[in-house]
Design a protein around this ligand. Structure first.
Ligand SMILES: [Zn+2]
Ligand SMILES: [Zn+2]
Ligand SMILES: [Zn+2]
Length: 288
């Protein structure tokens, strides 16, 4: 164990454990140091640094991401990594409390919530080893959050062999009479597939080839963007080409599933000196 000098949180920075890093001549949070160390490239000051190593969570052993990093450490909604994570939802306790206030219509002081952005409905599909598709319904702020919740919280509750999928319930087509995109039946092409939410999943029914649906709750299926699967190289090229601005010095979840293992959501990190890094936290595929 190497002793490091603890220092106070820099002004304006979130509270946490900070120390004076001699190699970078900077004040770093211990978790920020750990993140840099995991992302470090040969030749950089952080690569192989023994202090970075001792700031790793116990599971991490090398600069490569730990395989099967299942326990989330960052909030899939706001990106913070210093708060307790509500694992079932993939979000931090702060985001979770804001969401509850939104649902109840009042905050802790009894007033209507002011700052909360409303959530949108996303659908992310998984496929079983036998080829059965499940469409998971997730209330989230963005697709990256929805994909992260399904990869981290839902896949682990499903049988072994369940994988992320790009499949949609059916193609989206423009309906002149409805003035919006609707979902077409994949079997008979009827424009107007129906959907119904059951717990955390969406079920579909085609009035064209399956007749009248039974039971309440059916509505026109919403044409949603599917989650796409990419490999680390493909996402890296795309981020480089679009010059996407990433919040610096932390792994950011993207809305893209890993086509290699189909169990992880790709993460990207913009390092000042090393350009963009992309990795899959589930299988360890990484590209710089
Ligand atoms: Zn959060
Ligand atoms: Zn049909
Ligand atoms: Zn992967």
């Amino acid at each position: 164990m190497i002793a490091v000098a603890a220092v106070q949180s820099p002004e304006g920075a979130p509270n946490g454990a900070y120390f004076a890093c001699k190699a970078l001549r900077a004040t770093l949070s211990k978790s920020g140091c750990a993140d840099r160390w995991r992302a470090a490239l040969p030749g950089s000051a952080c690569y192989g640094c023994p202090i970075g190593r001792q700031h790793q969570p116990a599971s991490a052993g090398s600069s490569a991401p730990p395989p099967q990093e299942r326990r989330l450490t960052t909030c899939q909604r706001c990106g913070r990594s210093d708060l307790r994570i509500v694992h079932e939802r993939g979000i931090c306790i702060s985001c979770y409390n804001r969401q509850r206030e939104l649902i109840r219509g009042r905050n802790g002081k009894g007033f209507p919530p002011q700052k909360m952005q409303p959530l949108a409905e996303f659908s992310v599909a998984t496929e079983s080893a036998e080829g059965t598709i499940t469409h998971h319904h997730v209330d989230a702020r963005h697709l990256a959050e929805a994909a992260g919740v399904v990869a981290h919280a839902r896949l682990r509750r499903l049988p072994i062999g369940e994988r992320l999928s790009e499949k949609r319930p059916g193609p989206s087509i423009w309906s002149k009479s409805k003035g919006r995109f609707v979902v077409a039946c994949p079997a008979c092409s009827h424009a107007g597939l129906l959907e119904r939410r059951k717990h955390d999943t969406l079920h579909h029914h085609c009035p064209g080839c399956e007749g009248r649906p039974h039971g309440p709750g059916w509505a026109l299926a919403v044409a949603r963007a599917p989650m796409m699967l990419l490999d680390v190289g493909g996402l890296h090229a795309w981020l480089a080409a679009t010059k996407e601005e990433l919040p610096p010095n932390r792994w950011n979840s993207t809305g893209f599933g890993c086509v290699h293992c189909r169990r992880g959501v790709l993460q990207a990190l913009g390092a000042e000196d090393a350009g963009i890094l992309v990795r899959c936290p589930a299988c360890g595929e990484q590209v710089t």
